[in-house]
Ligand binder design. Structure first.
Ligand SMILES: [Ca+2]
Length: 294
């Protein structure tokens, strides 16, 4: 159910990078000013910058357009074909993806720094350290939990909401009841942490520019790689798992890439989505290869 695959990163200078099994490449050296948030709808990348612009990037043609707004989006999500924006002025807005027109606005209260959507439910984290939950279409948003610091990024792992806060901790909260399950410490020096689930891993990025894949329950670092300085936004894009070299088709190169990423301990070799590497991943790779890619 959880998506896994390529990780796209935006940094403090507006650089956009894509990390995939064959390595990391720079997609745009400087698309804009600081990237606040990124989200994909199919192959379209939506991005919010620190000037209040919403960028719409076609990742096939690498062409873009942008929609200036009167507010600063700090976090983005997709719901029902629309773009959801959480903002520094404490609002949750629904925007049309074709031209950025604001379709509706709900007042949350505190500065919104993080949203994540599952089904029709939105989870919100912000400056006041609270976690709020409500309907994506109509609200209302009620407080279900609290963290020990400003919440900067949220993601869902099964029954748990994971909230990365500015106190350097990830808080685990039962997403249905709000019950506090515990916390673990992020690696030091992340600054403003960004997190997203990728299969059985939690991917985290921050100011030190390293992308890390962590155990989402314990925080243990499973794998890390240097991406760029000052990661401000990241999003995970699900891909055809067997097309490991991302060539668009399946051939012997994908077997060679599987062997290489497995030998390197890369989370891209976790084909069965268990959050660790084992012989089962080779079985899962063979099965995925036999099924083929859409
Ligand atoms: Ca391939």
């Amino acid at each position: 159910m959880a998506s896994a695959g390529d990780v796209w990163v935006g940094n403090g200078l507006g650089e956009i990078d894509r990390h995939q099994p064959m390595g990391t490449n720079v997609v745009f050296p400087t698309l804009c000013t600081q990237v606040n948030a990124m989200v994909f709808q199919g192959k379209t990348l939506f991005l919010a910058d620190a000037f209040g612009n919403i960028w719409k990037v076609n990742t096939d043609t690498l062409t873009s357009e942008f929609f200036p707004q009167s507010f600063i989006s700090t976090t983005l999500a997709i719901h029902n074909g629309d773009l959801l924006s959480g903002s520094a002025d404490g609002k949750l807005r629904r925007m049309r993806t074709s031209d950025g027109t604001v379709l509706s606005t709900m007042t949350i209260g505190s500065t919104v720094d993080a949203i994540t959507v599952e089904g029709d439910t939105v989870y919100i984290g912000g400056h006041d350290t609270f976690i709020r939950r409500g309907s994506a279409m109509a609200g209302p948003f009620t407080i279900i939990g609290a963290c020990g610091g400003q919440v900067h990024s949220v993601t869902v792992n099964g029954n748990e909401l994971l909230a990365a806060a500015l106190d350097g901790k990830v808080y685990r909260i039962n997403k249905a009841t709000g019950q506090y399950q515990g916390f673990w410490n992020l690696p030091a020096g992340l600054g403003t942490p960004q997190v997203a689930m990728s299969g059985g891993y939690l991917v985290a990025g921050g100011v030190d520019g390293l992308l890390r894949w962590l155990n989402p329950t314990t925080g243990a670092v499973q794998f890390s790689t240097a991406i760029c300085s000052n990661i401000h936004a990241l999003t995970v894009v699900s891909t055809c798992k067997a097309d490991l070299d991302r060539s668009g088709d399946l051939n012997a190169n994908d077997f060679a890439t599987m062997l290489n990423v497995y030998a390197a301990g890369s989370p891209h070799a976790d084909i069965d989505g268990s959050g660790r590497l084992s012989a089962n991943d080779f079985m899962a790779f063979m099965n995925a290869y036999a099924v083929g890619c859409p």
